[in-house]
Design a protein around this ligand. Structure first.
Ligand SMILES: *Cc1c(COP(=O)(O)O)cnc(C)c1O
Length: 397
């Protein structure tokens, strides 16, 4: 089908919940994907941080298809090897103790919220269920995850939202400490606010809140849905903040392109949820987990070092480009501020063969973690050329 035919069909039958770009994608290899006319695009999006190893990675395809040919699904009433292996590798790389598998980031956040509330209920009884999240956060689209999201734009139409969420100002130690009252069971934060505009937290802030939480037996939850699985140069981003959370949510890049979500439990919380408390029909699916095992096995120290090196290289190169006023982020999760409106730039980049994302008013880059130096340089050269030739009709900020 041509792009026009695909678009017409989609517009007629797919609910209009996304404002899509005017491109259909058909196939890809490495960090390059192609539209139905075979026009190539360098991919600096990874499907929003999902395709950790790019398109059509040979090892990942082999792992997934081998499992697909053996057993595509079985209920969680039975054991499977890929599920157990994936959980073991996640625990080894994160310092966490147990894993619950679901299907998405929002669902993982529902899991951490339930676990935090049950932990506190069992130990302290009713009235200690409040979760302190941060302003400008994003935790997903389900009702509790939306309620935990600290952006007014998401708190419309769908009333009533879930009670028991309070918001503190990110990187404001005093404000956040003042919210840790007797009714609080947990705090929840992203180490780099992704959808909020690629806003990293300061180490001093994270440590101060973490220590206060430990003193008060308030659980420390990290949402690693976007920052996790190598994206920032360590397996999880909290590993650069010298903390060990009580609960972690993970998703996106963990599956390498198949739907997965995971709740990671620490020492305090590993036995909080018992049979009957939580579950998911598809959670821990053996095909998805076989793909995750491949992702986990590939992310050794050398791989992560390369992510840091490539991220630093990108940052240095981009800072030198015209119209760039700031570059923020960690590893290969970067947010770029321009002195012009970002939307038309993104469209021109697409015409020029580079896919990028936005986050708030910034351009956001999340390339596949194994992108080659050649692909990276090609993408950066398209970015530089495009920024160099921005004409006066772009809205100046
Ligand atoms: C994407 C994202 C989510 C939601 O994940 P879904 O898989 O879309 O449900 C939650 N938290 C953060 C930080 C995210 O970036």
């Amino acid at each position: 089908m041509s792009f026009e035919e695909i678009k017409k069909l989609d517009d007629a039958y797919v609910a209009h919940t996304y404002s899509r770009y005017g491109v259909a994608l058909d196939h890809g290899y490495g960090a390059v994907c192609y539209d139905p006319t075979d026009k190539p695009y360098i991919d600096f999006t990874s499907g929003i941080g999902v395709n950790s190893l790019g398109f059509a990675d040979a090892g990942w395809i082999k792992a997934v298809t081998a499992q697909l040919n053996k057993l595509q699904h079985i209920s969680n009433l039975y054991y499977t090897e890929p599920c157990a292996q994936a959980a073991k590798l996640i625990c080894e790389k994160s310092g966490m103790k147990k894993v619950f598998f679901g299907n998405s980031g929002a669902e993982a956040n529902e899991g951490v919220i339930k676990a935090a509330r049950k932990y506190s209920f069992q130990k302290y009884g009713e009235g200690r269920s409040t979760i302190v999240a941060l302003e400008n956060s994003f935790h997903g689209r389900t009702m509790a995850a939306l309620s935990a999201t600290g952006q007014a734009a998401y708190h419309n139409f769908f009333f009533p939202f879930v009670d028991g969420f309070v918001f503190a100002v990110a990187n404001d130690i005093e404000d956040t400490l003042s919210k840790l009252t007797g009714d609080v069971c947990a705090v929840m934060m992203e180490m780099v606010q992704g959808e909020g505009g690629v806003m990293p937290l300061e180490k001093e802030y994270v440590q101060a809140i973490y220590q206060a939480c430990q003193k008060k037996d308030i659980l420390f939850i990290v949402d690693e849905v976007q920052t996790g699985v190598g994206r920032t140069g360590t397996f999880y981003s909290y590993q650069q903040f010298d903390i060990q959370p009580d609960l972690v949510s993970s998703a996106k890049g963990l599956g390498g392109g198949l739907p997965i979500g995971a709740v990671l439990f620490g020492e305090k919380t590993e036995n909080v949820l018992v049979p009957g408390d939580h579950g998911s029909t598809f959670g821990g699916n053996p095909v998805v987990c076989a793909g995750a095992v491949e992702i986990l096995n590939r992310m050794d120290a050398d791989f992560l070092q390369e992510v840091t090196a490539k991220g630093n290289y990108m940052k240095t190169e981009i800072e030198k480009m015209p119209h760039v006023t700031s570059v923020a982020g960690m590893g290969m999760m970067l947010g770029i501020e321009l002195d012009v409106d970002v939307k038309p730039v993104v469209n021109t980049l697409m015409e020029n063969g580079l896919l990028v994302l936005t986050a708030k008013h910034k351009m956001r880059l999340l390339p596949p973690l194994n992108i080659t130096r050649t692909e990276l340089e090609q993408g950066l050269s398209i970015l530089k050329e495009t920024l160099t030739h921005i004409s006066f009709n772009y809205h100046k900020l």
